[in-house]
Design a protein around this ligand. Structure first.
Ligand SMILES: *Cc1c(COP(=O)(O)O)cnc(C)c1O
Length: 488
């Protein structure tokens, strides 16, 4: 039951003033016994602000005629009510804006949901780096100033077969730095079939101009030949570049030039070949039944002088951009002033090292590298999870929605292997009532976002779909428990 008290008209201006006069003074509220636990938790400054804000909101509601007072057993502005409203505001404000969610989108490496999840080893290392001083740039052997790349470059070289390596903030930074260091005021030859745009405004032509390099486009969208590269080479050419078509595939009447042909051509002209691999896997994924992606090692063996790739895509680590390749070129890249601006922090290095170390034991990788574990999770196991979750979900949904288990296909995500899909299983919710299905699904989607740990699915074909690939058994109880809080 609710009642609207006081409308801002001349007629009941007096009732309004009588009501507002009942609002207790802030000093009285803050001095009351009810306020003391809040002050102990948040401090007096914040509590005062919250009380004022709560009372101001009520004043505005009263004046607008929208003030609602539901419980008639208690005065509208009783101290307890004021404190409760302030406490609610304080709790809302104290909640972190970056919150854990359930990724049921079916995209494992979801850029908007933070890409790769880190294994425990990495989490422990990050906590340590956060809470204890570390030899980030301190050489323990000589007692002199060290280089943060030294902590990790030997391991990267061991895993990729490269001569040298460096790490920056992300792969976009890696490409920008590489081009800035090696191609400013010079030309870079790229096939028109590889002028990639990655989501979030990373476009090869734009990065090229930011780096002050001139893009020399060759070939056509579907076909580029070795002779196109050869014809474009001139005294101003700095490098030949290949970009991995991460998020699209060109099929049909196509021709691109592989490194096996390109590297010898570059060598004849004394030019380096750089490859932006994007995902950059360190192991052959086909051994786990996943679609094959070129590995960093194979790319170097095929003749690439420099390779750039992300740390938080298929590699399964923290956000980072890795540049590996020839020693002389890495040295030049490390000397460029942008390297200082794009360098990684200690948290990234702390997380990256244990993730890379997992690759030394490929036998355990599928179990221990979270990304690989999720990507290779058997559809049968996912379906069993769906069976466990189905009835609690249906109970929470009530009668207006019907949930079913259906097979579906997950995606790797982050631009990796866009044409390949992973058989999976999940919950499909449809509106059971007549008509208005679109609106009902949006309402359900909102309600799922409003849960303590928001649930992110996706709406397609008149249904809300939740792929359970990324709901691991450790998270399942929490997922089920919060369903009782679903408010539709
Ligand atoms: C993802 C990707 C990038 C951008 O990498 P970030 O780590 O997101 O900066 C660049 N190039 C290619 C080919 C990619 O796939």
């Amino acid at each position: 039951m609710s009642e609207t008290v006081g409308r801002a008209t001349e007629h009941d201006a007096r009732a309004l003033n009588t009501l507002l006069a009942k609002m207790p003074a802030v000093e009285r509220v803050i001095a009351s016994a009810h306020a003391q636990p809040l002050i102990a938790q948040y401090g007096r400054t914040q509590v005062l602000d919250a009380i004022r804000a709560a009372q101001d909101a009520w004043r505005r509601d009263v004046q607008a005629g929208t003030f609602e007072h539901e419980n008639k057993d208690i005065e509208p502005f009783a101290l307890e009510r004021v404190i409760a409203a302030a406490a609610q505001r304080l709790a809302d404000r104290a909640q972190s804006r970056l919150r854990p969610v359930f990724n049921l989108t079916g995209t494992v490496l979801h850029t908007n949901l933070g890409r790769a999840l880190l294994p425990d080893e990495a989490v422990k290392a990050v906590v340590q780096a956060l809470t204890q001083p570390a030899n980030l740039e301190f050489d323990l052997a000589s007692g002199k100033r060290g280089d943060r790349d030294d902590l990790i470059d030997a391991l990267i070289c061991e895993l990729t077969g490269a001569e040298a390596a460096t790490v920056v903030n992300n792969n976009a930074a890696a490409v920008l730095l590489l081009l800035s260091a090696l191609a400013t005021r010079k030309e870079v030859v790229v096939s028109r079939g590889e002028l990639v745009e990655i989501g979030g405004a990373f476009r090869i032509p734009d990065i090229m101009s930011r780096a002050g390099a001139r893009l020399r486009e060759i070939g056509t969208t579907n076909r580029t030949h070795l002779k196109d590269y050869e014809a474009a080479i001139n005294p101003r050419t700095a490098l030949l570049m290949k970009v991995h078509c991460s998020n699209y595939a060109i099929s049909g009447f196509t021709k691109s030039v592989g490194l096996d042909e390109l590297a010898p051509l570059a060598r004849r002209h004394g030019l380096p070949v750089a490859v932006d691999l994007g995902s950059g896997t360190l192991v052959d994924l086909a051994q786990w039944g996943l679609p094959a992606e070129p590995t960093v090692r194979a790319t170097i063996e095929a003749g690439a002088d420099l390779v750039t790739f992300s740390g938080d895509k298929l590699l399964g680590g923290p956000q980072a951009g890795l540049i590996v390749g020839r020693k002389d070129m890495i040295a030049k890249i490390k000397k460029h002033p942008l390297k200082r601006a794009l360098r990684v922090g200690k948290l990234t290095l702390a997380a990256l090292e244990p993730v890379l170390r997992l690759y030394r034991a490929p036998e355990f990788l599928q179990e221990r590298l979270t990304t690989l574990r999720l990507l290779t999770r058997p559809a049968m196991e996912i379906q069993e999870a769906a069976q466990r979750v189905l009835s609690p979900l249906q109970r929470a949904l009530g009668e207006t929605y019907a949930a079913n288990i259906e097979p579906m296909f997950s995606q790797i995500g982050s631009g990796a292997l866009p044409v390949d899909v992973l058989p999976s299983s999940g919950l499909v919710v449809r509106h059971a009532g007549k008509g208005g299905s679109g609106r009902a699904l949006l309402k359900l989607e909102r309600a799922l976002y409003s849960l303590p740990r928001p649930v992110i699915g996706r709406i397609a074909d008149d249904a809300l779909r939740m792929d359970l690939r990324c709901l691991e058994s450790a998270d399942e109880p929490a997922f089920v428990a919060q369903l009782t809080e679903l408010r539709l």
